[in-house]
Design a protein around this ligand. Structure first.
Ligand code: SP5
Ligand code: ZN
Length: 351
């Protein structure tokens, strides 16, 4: 399987994230990608590429998923942050104030003049620092997703977009959960735009793919399925419950499979079987897998107990769907093991 990796990923390198009232070192670090890349090389798992960027085509692919005012904000956010106070150049930008939607006459169409207010308007947590290189890294990540999609459209059975920052928490006009551009959604939409009539997204990250769900919630042409820690106790908390089935034309085309903290591989596998049944019933023509490895027993911020060897089985089960498949790299914070776990999954898929 070809891997398209992001040569600019390390331009995004947050220092600290807010957690329960204190600043803690970021979990989403550049070494995560480096470990995966090194393991792909060590095990000779497929060919490695960096994406060729056609600026107009890339911006068009991003604009199919994200609001123009959001990407414009992201592209200029660092300069605005520094313009607020030159000393800001020494620290990451982190949101600290948010609107309460649908309350107090809040109007989403009015952009606040204050940068900190706009930073909050376009985000949902204070755990996702933005810095000078965030936009360049995220945009090149979207290029990886587009390149992986093109390789699958050209006939490859599967391809891997190895990029960070991750994407599945990013919505049409918001960042959060370490994510800025939704690489999986960009891939799914690019598959649709190339003529695939039904595309399924099967998210196996520990955390609910709230951004992807939001992007496709009212659509019947993209099935979104997510297996994740029960949002009643797990991040991102406000979305990911089993009764969220889609809206309007999209009713029946979103499936959430929340599992309690502490779930092991046997029960997780049963959920994957259900997810794959839904993909089959949908009669998908292509599959996108936001691949989070934070379901691992050693993950420092998550609560499932999959072992390294289990990812081979996960890969084989995904392959059994028999669909052209684009993988994107999402969570997985046991840094020293994330390469082994990711490549176990990809090798399992290729078996
Ligand atoms: C892509 C992805 O996996 N995003 C996950 C974002 C999770 N953000 C909240 C993390 C809470 C950190 N908890 C630290 C616990 C330290 N003991
Ligand atoms: Zn995650």
């Amino acid at each position: 399987m070809k891997t398209f990796h992001n040569p600019l990923h390390a331009l995004h390198q947050g220092r600290e994230e807010m957690f329960r009232g204190r600043m803690v070192p970021c979990h989403e670090v550049p070494a995560r990608l480096d470990y995966v890349l090194a393991e792909l090389q060590r095990r000779s798992q497929g060919e490695l590429f960096t994406p060729e960027v056609d600026d107009a085509a890339l911006d068009a692919a991003i604009a199919r998923v994200h609001a123009e005012r959001y990407t414009r904000f992201l592209a200029g956010a660092w300069d605005e942050w520094v313009a607020m106070d030159p000393a800001n150049a020494q620290r990451d930008a982190l949101p600290s104030v948010w609107p309460l939607p649908n309350r107090h006459g809040f109007r989403n169409d009015v952009l606040p003049a204050n940068f900190a207010a706009r930073l909050g308007l376009f985000s949902f947590d204070s755990g996702s620092p933005l810095m000078a290189g965030t936009w360049a890294a995220a945009r090149m990540g979207a290029a990886c997703a587009v390149a992986a999609t093109r390789s699958v459209l050209a006939g490859d059975r599967a391809a891997f977009a190895l990029t960070r920052p991750p994407g599945h928490h990013a919505g049409p006009d918001f960042f959060g959960g370490y994510c800025f551009l939704n690489n999986a959604a960009i891939a799914a939409q690019a598959l649709r735009d190339a003529g695939m009539t039904r595309v399924a997204v099967l998210d196996v990250d520990y955390h609910h793919g709230n951004g992807t769900q939001t992007i496709f919630y009212e659509r019947a042409d993209v099935l979104t399925v997510s297996i994740h820690g029960d949002p009643s106790t797990e991040y991102p908390f406000f979305l990911g419950h089993a009764d969220e089935r889609g809206d309007g034309a999209g009713v029946g085309f979103n499936l959430n499979l929340p599992l309690p903290r502490g779930t092991g591989f046997k029960d997780w596998c049963a959920a994957l079987e259900r997810a794959l049944d839904a993909v089959e019933a949908f009669d998908a023509q292509a599959l996108v897998v936001p691949m989070g490895l934070d379901t691992f027993e050693g993950d420092p911020i998550s609560g499932f107990t999959l072992g390294s060897g289990d990812y081979d089985t996960v890969g084989r089960m995904l392959a059994a769907a028999g669909l052209p498949t684009v993988f994107t790299f999402e969570g997985g914070y046991a840094v020293a093991e994330v390469g082994t776990n990711a490549v176990n999954l990809l090798e399992g898929f290729c078996r």
